[in-house]
Design a protein around this ligand. Structure first.
Ligand code: AMP
Length: 174
């Protein structure tokens, strides 16, 4: 079996979690398998192939798991984008719409610098609201978003259309 097929077979579908009508993609079986997790990180790194990456930005909360491992593999820094009120220093925040209501994410003001090359990493691209807001925060601090890597993309939700122009890769598409 190819690595991507093994990864696909290990993602567990949980219907109606955390609320009715959502088919939740549970990635914990992938994380628990050392060989698969290693392979997953290698594939996430491919988006940045041939490019100098200064920092990997990961999105709260499952994104941290992948982004921190990608940063370590690429030999660069890791920066967390968090839900409002979680970061202790001076922040820059952005509100974006959810299906119902809105959410705010924040980045430390001094987490990325003008001209730095940034790779954005998250576990899953759904409507794209979260990743697009993170991308806007990165760009607003003058850094260059050189690409975005996702483990999973739910293509029907067309999340990549919300993203600024940059290479966007997902290991698994549903
Ligand atoms: P979105 O802003 O709609 O692209 O949502 C992306 C974020 O929500 C990601 O950080 C995911 O962790 C989470 N998410 C959205 N939909 C799902 C799903 N079906 N299964 C697991 N996580 C999801």
């Amino acid at each position: 079996m190819q690595a991507s097929e093994q990864l696909r077979a290990s993602v567990r579908d949980i219907p109606d979690f955390p609320k009715e009508g959502i088919l939740f993609k549970d990635i914990t079986p992938v994380l628990a398998n050392g060989k698969l997790f290693h392979e997953c990180i290698s594939l996430l790194c491919e988006t940045a192939q041939g490019q100098q990456v200064d920092k990997v930005v990961g999105i709260d909360a499952r994104g941290f798991i992948f982004a921190a491992a990608v940063a370590d593999r690429l030999g660069c820094g890791f920066v967390p984008v968090r839900k409002a009120g979680k970061l202790p220093w001076k922040t820059r925040g952005l509100a974006y719409s959810l299906e119902y209501g809105e959410n705010v994410i924040e980045l430390h003001e001094d987490a990325v610098f003008p001209g730095e090359n940034i790779l954005l990493v998250d576990d899953l691209l759904a409507t794209g609201g979260t990743a697009a807001a993170a991308a806007e925060l990165i760009n607003s601090l003058g850094a260059n978003l050189i690409g975005a890597s996702f483990f999973i993309e739910l293509t029907a939700l067309q999340g990549r259309e919300k993203m600024p122009p940059c290479p966007i890769h997902a290991i698994l598409s549903y």
